[in-house]
Unconditional design. Structure first.
Lengths: 317, 317
């Protein structure tokens, strides 16, 4: 889960004007063009979040990835089921797995802590010794040096498990919550030559985003993620509408996949938003035929973060 | 899971003679008599292990406890689902919950670490930063001071979560593996005024057990736990035989309860011993009517660790 949390944070920021020069800091050609596509190409990443969080999430996400429609995902290294998805990643090196850098542990009865020794990241912990339950609490309390150490440790641990991430993003949007956190995320992404998920659409709501970017940073055009205001019976309509009205450029649709099973219902207890039913609905739609057909009819091409990341490799030459 | 690991460790110890004076260190009256029962009473604890380990374990164990036949259980504090069973314990203060002190993380794809900061208990960790996968590896590598700090931290955390344990035992028998570990367990039990699960039957296989005991330590008469050499079709026969031939004194039957569901099958993957099917078989038998009827027919009385623990309170007067 990412976008609602992020947007609520961005909305609650002072509505800063985008510095007029900020877009000039980006290359003249669009990211799509730099990737070799015509400027009017509709390019789409269908991205599953939260892998590693639970067995149900891993199992449903892997099944969806194997249908080929969901074509990218990101993994939560501190979570109890990380070893399961890391093993899958090792035997599927072609899969487009990024890291869903994790600074929160949001569920009531199912919790996790940091990768680093707790003594070294005390500001990352709630009073029970787990990661903070919300991105707002986390952002308010965490020390940036501890954040940087922890997210570098998550990347290092992923690599120790044989996982070579193609991109970085942030669970519940914690690392986009303020300038300092975003600067930390960007620095770690650059140091690791990994694209960070950033959407140009967010710029007019949070001035620190464009102001920190350099010309060679990757920025996609938009991110779509279903929100709690969509009732279950409108689920399909929401996604169909999003795909039919897709604009040229690079869009990421974020989905949250799991089965509506005992494990997932217990893990997300008292939290229908991003809950077990939500994730089953996403799974059903993104493993079915309808979305796939709509992509064909609307001339939408799927791309991955691996493909996008090649720009970073090229720019180093 | 406890007993096979423990017995294999005890068998592999040099077959020491029990020091002839060692039983004299115990009170003349049996534990049953000290509890106010006649010396020929057949007293039984039906004890579920591994609570907190997974949602499936919590869910099945709670259901079995609520039937009243399974009447005691112990909880793994470092595990991801600890918060769920701790919440149940807070609202069911009458339940007989002990702590299943945990120094191992034995499954392939589902792992946990210590309660304490990793820097403080480095000998407790495997190379991936989780607890060691087996009790043998753990016993060979862990520093006793770190063990003591960690198990005291597990008790402290349980209390912070509102859980008042009635007894202590050790996941996979790690704390019974050698003299130093057992001494540590005993010291922590005594300091916390909590009975430690110790069976008199083990004495002739590991001399350090009786040699470390003081007259006021609690010792039950025997522990029964089904082992991997029992095929599934003989499951019921094993337990029926155990109950029909139950001797006077205090016996604990250890069961491992969970549902044979997706979560549990994935958690115990490639490990049928103590696996999902095993736990479902235990659940089915210990929530059914047959065992309950056998207890009545054989004049067997259920007792709890809470009841046994009262002896410690009395001895302090």
């Amino acid at each position: 889960m990412l976008i609602v949390f992020l947007l609520s944070a961005l909305y609650s920021s002072p509505p800063g004007q985008v510095a007029s020069g900020s877009t000039d800091r980006q290359p003249k050609n669009s990211l799509a063009e730099r990737l070799g596509y015509p400027p009017d190409a509709k390019l789409l990443i269908i991205h599953a979040d939260d892998l590693g969080m639970a067995h149900s999430v891993n199992s449903a996400s892997v099944k969806a990835l194997e249908t080929g429609l969901v074509n990218s995902a990101s993994i939560m290294v501190p979570c109890p089921w990380f070893a399961e998805i890391a093993a899958y990643a090792r035997t599927h090196p072609e899969a487009d797995f990024g890291l869903h850098l994790t600074l929160t542990s949001e569920w009531k009865f199912y919790r996790w802590g940091p990768v680093l020794s707790k003594d070294r990241v005390t500001t990352l912990l709630d009073r029970d010794g787990y990661l903070h339950p919300t991105e707002v609490q986390a952002a308010a309390r965490i020390d940036l040096r501890e954040v940087e150490a922890e997210i570098r440790a998550q990347i290092a641990r992923a690599r120790e498990f044989g996982l070579l991430p193609t991109h970085l993003d942030s669970h519940m949007g914690t690392l986009y919550q303020n300038r300092g956190l975003f600067e930390t995320l960007l620095r770690v992404g650059r140091d690791n030559r990994l694209p960070v998920m950033i959407s140009r659409e967010w710029f007019d709501r949070a001035q620190y985003l464009p102001s920190l970017l350099r010309p060679d940073d990757i920025v996609i055009d938009r991110v779509i993620s279903i929100e709690p205001n969509v009732p279950p019976e409108r689920w399909e309509e929401f996604y169909i509408g999003a795909i039919k009205s897709l604009k040229p450029g690079i869009t990421q649709i974020i989905v949250h996949l799991a089965y509506d099973d005992e494990e997932m219902r217990a893990a997300t207890i008292e939290h229908p938003d991003w809950g077990a039913g939500w994730r089953q609905r996403d799974f059903d739609l993104f493993t079915g035929e309808k979305i796939r057909q709509l992509l064909r009819e609307n001339n939408i091409k799927l791309i991955t973060w691996r493909e996008i990341g090649k720009i970073i490799a090229k720019s180093e030459r």
